[in-house]
Design a protein around this ligand. Structure first.
Ligand SMILES: NC(=O)C1=CN([C@@H]2O[C@H](COP(=O)(O)OP(=O)(O)OC[C@H]3O[C@@H](n4cnc5c(N)ncnc54)[C@H](OP(=O)(O)O)[C@@H]3O)[C@@H](O)[C@H]2O)[C@H](O)CC1
Ligand SMILES: [K+]
Length: 502
């Protein structure tokens, strides 16, 4: 699903109004009805609503929600800061439509707000949405500071006031701290990035029937990965297939004290459906691998504690995954350098393989095209230099992928796949229980297993991050987020495949 900028959202709005056709006021009514439907499913009429409105269309939504909730028997109070700003026509119309019985408090300064908001109440933020053009100051900033201190549930309409939808919000700005954000039609880019996403809480997308004629044509480099798209990528296994049909993968890594990493990658590659798996480990890893992953074949390096060379001929493998537990010994780096001189099957590089790449510009330049790299933000910055903010990090991601013709999965709450052609795909599965050692090793195994089965690099990245996160979500339902450990991820991978295929 494509993500739209604030400017594109306005275009979508105008296109819908012109081509459906529908009046702007009726479109606002449709958006507000979607909000009310969501709110009424979650809260019963005993819950008091405190609705704060700006003077634009976000405020207009707030007023329409106030009327609809009131008409359905909810206790609603409206608060309108008076800053002398222009009122949008749809705001004015909805103010006129507001039933007399609803209490409206006009606020010129904070002293007008003698208000106790009970913890059981809901605060709705309708100050600003996609029309925010500068950071909030004065009365709006003071109101937001006040609301952020309340115990009540804070819900933002469309996006938290003070947060820019698709540009960095200057540090220290006043931003509504939402517990929940109910956004229209498409998630906003700011929701998916760590610094801005922290203000958004749980977000839900409410469809409001924006015109398909616009949505299907509009160009955007940003997309979110949703279940329908993932389902269409999954290839069914055929009745007359055999293990050769599903590829032979090689996973290389492990070192003294870090054999768990490569062991978990191996488990994950097998659970991802690869036909045959060979694991290359230093001598000390032989017994460990043969015992803990009997399905895998094991080859060893003559060095006891870390890898120092790769097999000369890798052509029998359909994918090679390198990095989990590898360590950063100088002879491991040399082995990687040697390896890059050969004709290679597709590569997946993680962990210490990335650190070795980061430390060696020459090695980076030899990176085979179409490789998949899976850094977390720190590893990524070692490859590209520091990012000023999350938006700058996306620019670095774009240029790195273009320069090296590679796919990078930048890991995070919404892991982001960067592609050589400049697209970004944000994942929507996963939870904070997955922030635990070994999680990344499991992802490497899944990606290697998928790539070996013949999925393209982009398909493998999309399926890999989505299924890895989904396995985490299914595991968390049973184990809880706190107790989730990386080996749960491959244990629940089968359930994730089944859910994704439904
Ligand atoms: N297609 C949709 O998704 C629909 C969205 N709807 C809702 O409409 C808003 C966007 O409404 P818009 O009127 O464009 O914008 P806002 O309500 O966010 O605010 C615009 C006004 O606010 C002024 N402004 C901007 N920044 C500040 C600031 N820092 N301090 C004070 N005032 C500010 C701005 O003035 P300018 O000076 O910038 O001109 C505007 O006056 C969207 O988010 C949805 O909630 C529709 O209801 C349905 C369709
Ligand atoms: K808002």
């Amino acid at each position: 699903m494509k993500i739209l900028t604030a400017a594109q959202t306005r275009e979508a709005d105008a296109f819908t109004i012109a081509h459906e056709p529908i009046s702007s006021l009726d479109l606002m009514e449709r958006a507000s009805s979607a909000l009310v439907q969501w709110l009424e499913q979650k809260y019963d009429p005993a819950v008091p609503f405190f609705i704060f409105c700006g003077t634009g269309n976000n405020g207009g939504d707030g007023l329409a929600v106030a009327r609809l909730l009131h008409n359905n028997g909810y206790d609603v109070q409206v608060f309108l800061p008076e800053t002398g700003q222009n009122l949008s026509p749809d705001f004015s119309q909805n103010l006129e439509r507001l039933p007399q019985a609803i209490s409206v408090t006009r606020i010129q300064d904070m002293e007008d707000l003698a208000l106790e908001i009970p913890a059981s109440g809901v605060v709705l933020d309708g100050f600003f949405g996609s029309g925010l053009s500068r950071p909030l100051t004065g009365l709006y900033a003071q109101l937001i500071e006040f609301l952020n201190q309340q115990q009540a549930t804070r819900i933002a309409i469309d996006l938290p006031s003070g947060l820019f939808a698709d540009a960095p919000t200057p540090p220290g700005s006043a931003i509504f701290q939402a517990d929940i954000t109910l956004t229209f039609e498409r998630p906003k880019l700011a929701f998916l990035l760590p610094a801005s996403g922290a203000y958004v809480g749980d977000w839900h997308v409410l469809p409001i029937g924006l015109h398909e004629g616009y949505l299907s044509q509009v160009e955007s480099p940003y997309q979110v990965l949703l279940p329908q798209a993932i389902k269409s990528l999954l290839r069914p296994r055929s009745k007359f297939s055999h293990k050769g049909t599903y590829g032979h993968a090689l996973l290389a890594g492990g070192s003294y004290g870090k054999m768990g990493a490569i062991t978990m990658s191996a488990q994950a590659a097998l659970r991802a459906g690869v036909g045959l798996l060979t694991v290359l480990v230093p001598e000390i890893g032989y017994g460990i691998l043969q015992t803990s992953v009997p399905e895998a074949m094991v080859v060893t390096d003559e060095q006891e504690q870390h890898l120092t060379r790769f097999p000369e001929d890798l052509t029998k493998y359909q994918c090679v995954g390198i990095g989990p537990g590898l360590g950063q010994a100088e002879d491991s780096r040399m082995a990687l350098e040697q390896l890059f001189r050969h004709k290679l099957p597709p590569l997946v590089l993680d962990a210490d393989a990335l650190n070795l790449l980061a430390a060696d510009r020459f090695l980076r330049q030899q990176l085979p095209p179409n490789s998949i790299l899976t850094p977390h933000p720190k590893e990524f910055e070692r490859l590209t230099g520091p990012a000023i903010d999350d938006f700058h990090r996306l620019q670095l991601l774009q240029s790195f992928c273009a320069e090296h013709s590679c796919y990078v999965i930048l890991k995070g709450a919404h892991s982001c796949i960067g592609t050589p052609s400049g697209e970004f795909f944000f994942n929507t599965t996963g939870n904070s229980g997955m922030a635990t050692g070994g999680s990344g090793d499991v992802l490497t195994g899944i990606l290697t297993g998928l790539r070996a089965q013949g999925y393209s690099p982009l398909e493998a990245c999309q399926l890999g991050v989505y299924l890895h996160g989904l396995a985490g979500d299914l595991a968390a339902e049973v184990e809880g987020e706190t107790s989730l450990i990386a080996s749960d991820l491959y244990k629940y991978l089968g359930a994730a495949f089944q859910k994704a295929a439904k």
